[in-house]
Design a protein around this ligand. Structure first.
Ligand SMILES: O=C(O)C(=O)C[C@H](O)[C@H](O)COP(=O)(O)O
Length: 208
């Protein structure tokens, strides 16, 4: 079953994209169900663990109401693996010319990450106008995004990195921010201890 989305649809389906790290497929499915139950349907499964690709495939099958994507995609090879696993969107923590190229070879939304105006201009040269801004807080956070909007008001972002319950609404209030990413609604200890009801509550705390 292939359901495809645009970058805009992925970025506006939830105010907060959870950055997920999973140890095994069962954990991933339970976590995905907990987030969806709390009103957060977009799941960014980072390719930081050996279970990640199988988790993406399982989430597509077991949690069909979710929009499942891959994060921490750092190479062309990982990009293709993520697509083959069933990813409905792809996110990188940075960008390279090869990633920007492969991202245009597949009909799946791709968010490369930028940290500077020069990065954004390179992305625009490759046909992108939606980016992750990473790591957001240490690269100027809300102030940097306001500055980016001066010369490039048409470019939209998913800031990620250092964002949490205390500051995510400041980001979401910016006209050039469509959503934010973060790990704070999927804390590693709650995932490890299978505290799914608590994760559903955290999801509810950020859902529209
Ligand atoms: O793995 C990637 O591709 C990343 O870009 C890193 C994650 O987005 C951050 O680890 C999330 O940041 P925190 O919410 O501050 O934990």
């Amino acid at each position: 079953m292939t359901i495809s989305y645009t970058a805009e649809q992925v970025m506006t389906a939830t105010p907060v994209v959870p950055v997920i790290v999973v140890d095994n497929v069962e954990q991933a499915v339970a976590l995905g169900k907990a987030l969806v139950a709390g009103g957060v349907p977009v799941l960014e499964v980072t390719l930081r663990t050996p279970a990640a690709l199988a988790a993406i495939t399982a989430l597509r099958k077991e949690v069909p109401e979710a929009i499942v994507g891959a994060g921490t995609v750092c190479s062309r090879a990982q990009y293709i693996q993520a697509i083959e696993a069933g990813s409905q969107f792809i996110i990188s923590p940075g960008m390279t010319p090869d990633l920007l190229t492969v991202g245009k070879e597949y009909d799946v939304p791709y968010l490369p990450a930028v940290a500077t105006i020069s990065d954004i201009l390179l992305g625009i040269e490759h046909g992108y106008d939606r980016f992750k801004f990473f790591p957001a807080e240490i690269n100027g956070g809300v102030k940097a995004l306001k500055a980016f909007a001066g010369p490039l008001p048409q470019i939209k972002f998913c800031p990620t990195g250092g964002i949490g319950a205390d500051n995510f609404r400041e980001y979401l209030a910016l006209p050039n921010v469509l959503c934010v990413g973060g790990s704070w609604i999927v804390p590693a200890d709650l995932v490890r201890d299978e505290k799914w009801a608590e994760i559903t509550e955290l999801a509810k705390s950020v859902a529209r």
